[in-house]
Write a protein that binds this ligand. Structure first.
Ligand code: FES
Ligand SMILES: [Fe+2]
Length: 375
């Protein structure tokens, strides 16, 4: 495909991809025997934990007359609707009891289901699998199982039983999933949005060259020495030779950004997701795992401080951007700084096309590519 020098007009379509796992809630906010509301891809959910601590997710609407199930009671096993007392198994949504039935009425209660979703706890979050839109007749069918487990943060040295730490942070962004994601992969906003006297000024802007390669459902910024203004790198440099440090950054559909930084036996790994909540709202969740900074008293706190500031700067920026987007302005993407954003849209289109035709997905990158920009 020929690349034009003129900017390309691009309007995000805000389509939300089904058939993937999404982070629903931080695990430490979901208590045993309690019901919590959550929304993913405009689907209202009720999320909870059973008596044994295992999480579950149901559609937050009773299949009888639509009462939100989070208003009901939960005994650690079944969710009871607050309207007519129908009870549903929390894990598969199967109806257990309809109190209004008389002994001679033989309605098959166990053939009725509340909408239910595969649910897993992974690296500090409760994940929910959102299947393709349910076929007609849902309400009388058991749920679809997820084809694979929820995504994991990559960890190293686990075989030796080595300990690592885990931390998360989360922020709501008042923009569509597409703006959230291209904001996450956009290298050019750094010097303008993430200025701080202790960090960098716009005068630290310099030319960068990065190599990218295709990976299944995404692309990778190939292993390289991290940018001198990357947060974990600045800390890691304090006790590893600067040139021994390498980082890899992957983006994978629908919304996963994995960053791995390694320096000998030390590692820092993060999995950031941008989750579609509604058409005009998304949420960014950063979860990091690391085995470094164990001997450094302020390491993790400092890192969390830096990340919190960054995410807050991005959140504030997107809040302002949402003002500008209200009236559907024409937008553009330019080379090379917006090329990852273009790839994102192309990946998404290719994924949907493959699903529509049943053919193999046509990856937008056929070979490694080098991009240059100033940031
Ligand atoms: S609406 Fe839930 S039991 Fe009737
Ligand atoms: Fe940012």
């Amino acid at each position: 495909m020929p690349e034009l020098d003129s900017p390309q007009r691009q309007a995000p379509d805000s389509l939300m991809l089904t058939g993937f796992w999404y982070r629903a809630l931080p695990a430490d906010r979901v208590q045993r025997n309690q019901l919590h509301k959550a929304v993913l891809l405009e689907i209202p959910l009720v999320v909870g934990r059973d008596r044994a601590g295992r999480p579950f997710a149901l559609r937050d609407a009773c299949p009888h007359r639509g009462m939100p199930l989070h208003c009901g009671k939960f005994d650690g096993k079944n969710v009871e609707c607050s309207y007519h007392g129908w009870a549903f198994n929390a894990h598969n949504g199967q109806c257990q009891l309809i109190p209004s039935l008389t002994p001679d009425q033989n309605l098959k209660v166990d053939r009725i289901y509340a909408g239910s979703y595969p649910c897993e706890e992974q690296d500090g979050f409760v994940w929910v699998y959102i299947p393709e839109p349910a076929p007609q007749g849902a309400g009388f069918s058991a749920r679809e199982e997820a084809p694979e487990p929820a995504p994991l943060i990559e960890k190293f040295g686990e075989t030796s039983g080595e300990k690592y730490k885990l931390a998360y942070l989360t922020a709501d962004m008042p923009v569509s999933i597409d703006h959230g994601i291209i904001g996450l992969m956009d290298p050019a906003h750094g010097p303008f949005v993430h200025q701080a006297w202790w960090w960098r000024s716009r005068h630290s802007i310099h030319e960068k060259t990065k190599n990218f390669e295709p990976i299944p459902n995404g692309f990778r910024m190939s292993a390289h020495t991290p940018s001198s203004n990357s947060a974990p790198y600045k800390l890691l440099r304090l006790y590893a030779a600067a040139d021994s440090i390498t980082t890899t950054i992957d983006f994978v559909l629908p919304n996963l950004r994995r960053e791995t930084i390694r320096a000998g036996k030390y590692w820092f790994s993060s999995l950031t997701t941008v989750t579609p909540i509604t058409r005009n709202q998304c949420r960014i969740d950063v979860v990091a795992a690391w085995n470094i900074f164990r001997w450094m008293p302020f390491g993790p706190e400092l890192l969390k401080f830096v990340f919190t500031k960054f995410v807050e700067q991005d959140r504030r920026t997107m809040e302002l951007q949402a003002e500008g987007l209200k009236h559907n302005p024409h937008l553009m993407l330019i080379d090379d700084a917006d090329r990852p954003a273009k790839w994102y849209f192309q990946l998404k289109a290719a994924y949907l096309e493959a699903k529509r035709t049943g053919a193999a997905m046509k990856h937008p990158l056929s070979a490694p590519v080098t991009l240059k920009w100033r940031s």
